[in-house]
Design a binder for this molecule. Structure first.
Ligand SMILES: *[C@@H]1O[C@H](CO)[C@@H](O)[C@H](O)[C@H]1NC(C)=O
Ligand SMILES: *[C@@H]1O[C@H](CO)[C@@H](O)[C@H](O)[C@H]1NC(C)=O
Ligand SMILES: *[C@@H]1O[C@H](CO)[C@@H](O)[C@H](O)[C@H]1NC(C)=O
Ligand SMILES: *[C@@H]1O[C@H](CO)[C@@H](O)[C@H](O)[C@H]1NC(C)=O
Length: 182
C-alpha cells in the first residue's frame, strides 16, 4: 500500500469543522468498464437526472465467479486544464476493509453508499451487485469548489477486472470556508 499524499491527519481535523449545509455536490457523469467480460458483466452504469441539481447513480453488474481477493485503486482527480491528481491515490485490500473499516478515505465513500448498495457484507462477492439510486447531495470532505473525478479500479487476484469512474461537481459553502481557511 502506498500513499502519495499524506493528508489524512489534516482531513480528520477539518472533517468535523465543516458545516456544509450550503455546500452542494452533484454527480455529473459515470463510466464503468469491464476488463474481463468472463468475470465481470456490467449491465448498467448510468446517471439519472431528476433536475438540474439532482442526479442519481445506478450500477448493476454481475460477477460470474466468486471474488475472494479484491483490491481497489482509489484515485481522485480535480479538473484544471484537464484532470490532475488531487488529494489521494492509493491501493488497499477491499476484503480487509469490509472486515475492519480500516481506510479513512474509503470509509467516507463507504458511508455514502452503504445504504443503497448490496455490498454490505464481507468477501467473497458473487453474482449481482447493485448500487441503486445513489444521490450525492453533500460530501463530508473539505473540498474546494470544482469538478472532480474519482477513479476506482478493481483488482481480483491481483489483476484488473473493471473500472467504475464517477465524475462530480462540488460547490463550497463560502460562509464556512472563510472560517476554515482563516
Ligand atoms: C478473467 O476471469 C476469469 C474468470 O471468469 C479468470 O479465470 C481469469 O483469470 C480472468 N483473467 C484475468 C486476466 O484476470
Ligand atoms: C440488473 O441488470 C440486469 C440486466 O439488464 C436485469 O435483468 C436486472 O433486472 C437488473 N437488476 C437490478 C436489481 O437492477
Ligand atoms: C441549484 O444549485 C444552484 C447552485 O448551488 C443553486 O443556486 C440553486 O438554488 C439550486 N436550485 C435548486 C432547485 O435547488
Ligand atoms: C451491514 O449493515 C448492518 C446494518 O447497517 C450493519 O450492522 C452491519 O455491520 C453491516 N455489515 C457489514 C459486513 O458491513
Amino acid at each position: 500500500m502506498h500513499y502519495t499524499f499524506i493528508t489524512f491527519g489534516v482531513f480528520g481535523a477539518v472533517l468535523f469543522l465543516v458545516c456544509s449545509e450550503a455546500a452542494f455536490a452533484k454527480l455529473t457523469n459515470a463510466k464503468c468498464e469491464s476488463y474481463n467480460q468472463s468475470w465481470v458483466s456490467i449491465h448498467y452504469c448510468r446517471l439519472k437526472a431528476y433536475s438540474r441539481n439532482k442526479t442519481s447513480l445506478n450500477v448493476n453488474l454481475t460477477l460470474s465467479e466468486p471474488a475472494y481477493n479484491i483490491f481497489l485503486h482509489l484515485k481522485m482527480l480535480k479538473r484544471a486544464n484537464g484532470y490532475k491528481p488531487f488529494l489521494f491515490d492509493y491501493n488497499f485490500d477491499a476484503c480487509e476493509f469490509m472486515r475492519r473499516r480500516n481506510q479513512p478515505v474509503a470509509k467516507i465513500v463507504w458511508n455514502l453508499i452503504k445504504d443503497v448498495s448490496t455490498v454490505n457484507h464481507t468477501c467473497p462477492y458473487m453474482g449481482l451487485q447493485v448500487l441503486s439510486d445513489f444521490h450525492l447531495i453533500d460530501i463530508p470532505l473539505p473540498l474546494p469548489t470544482g469538478e472532480y473525478l474519482l477513479l476506482m479500479d478493481w483488482f481480483f487476484d491481483g489483476k484488473p477486472q473493471f473500472a467504475s469512474n464517477v465524475y462530480f461537481a462540488f460547490k463550497e459553502d463560502f460562509t464556512t470556508s472563510s472560517s476554515r481557511h482563516g
